[in-house]
Design a protein. Structure first.
Length: 291
């Protein structure tokens, strides 16, 4: 572990995802997808997670985001649900049918216009059958784009005119025109050649993303060139997010899934969350149903 990286949580999660800072409660929010666990905990909480508030949801739960009214919106295997302020399911908002059973929902974030954008991933094949949808507050579903293997790493520029969207299966982050109508224009490769997973855009317009299978986080310039790279003591890096009252701490999620016992012995912190202070700040998450 480098001097820059410290352990934030070591809870042995199977697959950490959807990390974000909830300014409403001054908590870090994240999920363990495979276990179906929603975690909410203080920034100075115990490393073992004993200070976290944990809610069991039907697994897999791949993404949770804030919603107007104090609750949350969440992505399950093939549905989007509303959670109350305690994190319990209040109602199903939308059903998102996959092309076959070997798929599940994956990345989900609220766009700058208050819609929940969520993508799917292939679990049992190498086909590019996964789609990305948007869901509005009325439960209206729109297909944004198909043809992904693992839809991941969503971000937008400040005015929502450009969307950045990752396909981990092609080791590419793409960008395309976006806007208030929720349509995504033609995609052009942006960050290429690394098995990108989570993606976050800093307030200075640069990007940080986790590299799955490579045990690293890469800091990219807005022109797609690499600024720097830091090592993480877990090979499968997943979610990245700026947290804290000043959004100046980068949390880095990881996974134990797909690792053999020998690999887990070599990287026992896999499934943990790490903290890095890169000297940058992030932007607040958007709220579902807000604008």
């Amino acid at each position: 572990m480098t001097a820059e990286i410290e352990v934030f949580r070591d809870t042995g999660a199977i697959l950490v995802e959807s990390i974000w800072w909830d300014a409403r409660t001054d908590e870090v929010v994240w999920v363990d997808i495979s276990a179906g666990l929603l975690h909410r905990g203080p920034l100075d909480g115990s490393r073992d997670g004993c200070d976290d508030r944990v809610v069991e949801l039907p697994p897999p739960v791949s993404a949770v985001q804030p919603a107007v009214g104090g609750g949350y919106i969440a992505a399950l295997k093939d549905s989007v649900v509303m959670l109350d302020a305690a994190g319990r399911i209040d109602r199903e908002l939308a059903r998102l049918p996959h092309r076959h059973d070997g798929m599940r929902l994956n990345e989900g974030k609220v766009d700058p216009f208050g819609r929940f954008v969520v993508g799917a991933m292939e679990l049992t094949s190498d086909d590019a059958d996964a789609a990305v949808w948007s869901v509005d507050a009325a439960g209206t579903v729109s297909v944004i784009r198909g043809g992904f293997g693992v839809a991941n790493g969503f971000e937008w520029d400040d005015d929502g005119a450009t969307m950045f969207i990752t396909d981990t299966s092609t080791s590419t982050v793409y960008r395309g025109a976006y806007g208030a109508d929720g349509r995504l224009g033609d995609l052009a490769p942006f960050l290429v050649g690394r098995m990108s997973d989570g993606l976050v855009r800093a307030s200075d317009g640069t990007f940080y993303n986790g590299i799955y299978g490579d045990g690293s986080v890469v800091h990219w310039n807005a022109d797609g060139s690499v600024v720097r790279e830091v090592s993480v003591p877990a090979p499968n890096v997943t979610s990245v997010a700026f947290v804290g009252p000043d959004l100046d701490q980068l949390l880095i999620g990881s996974a134990r899934e797909n690792l053999e016992e020998s690999q887990l012995r070599e990287a026992p912190l896999s499934g943990g969350i790490f903290r890095w202070r890169p000297g940058a700040t992030g932007r607040p998450v958007h709220t579902f149903g807000g604008r």
